[in-house]
Design a protein around this ligand. Structure first.
Ligand code: GDP
Ligand code: ZN
Length: 319
């Protein structure tokens, strides 16, 4: 009998597969499944599996079919200098639903510009973003707390899901667990923001490799860049990938950038020039909205900075 499951790790010619649990049953331990010769695939070309791929496993426990991908998280290969070429992208993980952007209220202080860059990457990759502001326990002083709430409100107003959290004291941990349930989530954020601590608060024992680069298998770059999925007891997965900070940003073009800022949408088509870049043109409705506070000035400033870095052909970074 064939069953469906999710690839949680690719290991050479076989995969670790988490089979879907029958209704009412808990998840069984993952199975190591070889890829059957001649396995069917919805993707073009040879079967190249990635963590997150949905597969059909046959009665012998071999992967017989790879189902169509809903989405993929790609990363430019280190050696690829021709930006945007599809042939040079690595699929880090398939079928990722959500990007959890974790930053700290303090230690290290968060940078809205960094958040805005990741939000653009999420929009580009069609991932639902979730902004988690961790370490709120370090901001007790009422004025500082109010300023923090105001900054987060900017994102809430745009329509983004936001969460104030403290991995240390437990605030927001239940809400985060709920947001992760049944979805495949990739975490991003500066080192030290508390990604591992939050995950551990959601489910003790979960450990992210983010930031570490392990080369123990000795197989070089490709092995070290491979992602795996961590199954959550409540259902859903967390993508565990070293180097996630660099993902997804390199193929954003100047012309599409305004469309990756949902807060600009009400002003679309209202500029004097149809090809307005929203940076310097007279009669720009977006710039006027930012000046009037209808678009948050900090968000508009991020737009201009990102646009400049794209124009300069800068390497993808989140600084
Ligand atoms: P990561 O690099 O994003 O995975 O961050 P870690 O989870 O390793 O956390 C970095 C440091 O911040 C550790 O020393 C944690 O104990 C601390 N930390 C994490 N969450 C909190 C929090 O909510 N409040 C406080 N005060 N410290 C935290
Ligand atoms: Zn404009």
């Amino acid at each position: 009998m064939e069953r469906e499951g999710t690839v949680i790790r690719v290991e050479g010619a076989s995969c670790l597969v988490q089979l879907d649990a029958p209704p009412g049953e808990g998840a069984a331990p993952p199975l190591r499944c070889p890829i059957r010769r001649g396995a069917r695939s919805a993707e073009q070309g040879p079967v190249r599996l990635a963590a997150g791929d949905r597969v059909r496993v046959d009665g012998d426990g071999a992967i017989a079919e790879v189902l169509a991908r809903r989405s993929k998280l790609v990363r430019r290969r280190p050696e690829a200098h021709d930006r945007g070429s599809r042939a040079r992208e690595d699929v880090v993980a398939a079928n990722v639903d959500q990007l959890a952007i974790v930053v700290a209220a303090r230690d290290p202080a968060w940078e809205p510009r960094f958040v805005d860059r990741l939000l653009v990457a999420a929009e580009k990759g069609a991932l639902a973003p979730l902004l988690v502001l961790n370490k709120v326990d370090l901001v007790r002083e009422p004025a500082a707390r109010a300023a923090l709430e105001r900054d987060v409100e900017i994102y809430r107003k745009v329509g983004y899901a936001t969460l104030l959290a403290s991995a240390r004291e437990g605030d927001g941990v239940g809400a985060l667990a709920l947001a992760l349930r049944g979805r495949t989530t990739v975490f991003a954020g500066p080192s030290g923001a508390g990604k591992s601590s939050l995950l551990n608060a959601v489910e003790p024992g979960l450990r992210l490799r983010t930031g570490e680069v392990s080369a123990t298998s000795g197989k070089g770059k490709h092995t070290t860049s491979a992602a795996s999925l961590l199954p959550l007891a409540a259902g859903g997965f967390v993508v565990d990938t070293p180097g996630v900070r660099e993902f997804g940003f390199y193929d954003v073009h100047e012309q599409e950038l305004p469309f990756l800022f949902p807060d600009f949408a009400p002003f679309r088509g209202r500029c004097r020039y149809p090809d307005c870049s929203h940076t310097h043109e007279p009669g720009c409705a977006v710039r006027a909205a930012a000046a009037a506070g209808e678009i948050a000035p900090a968000r508009y400033a991020s737009y201009v900075r990102i646009r400049e870095s794209i124009a300069a052909g800068a390497a993808p970074d989140h600084s």
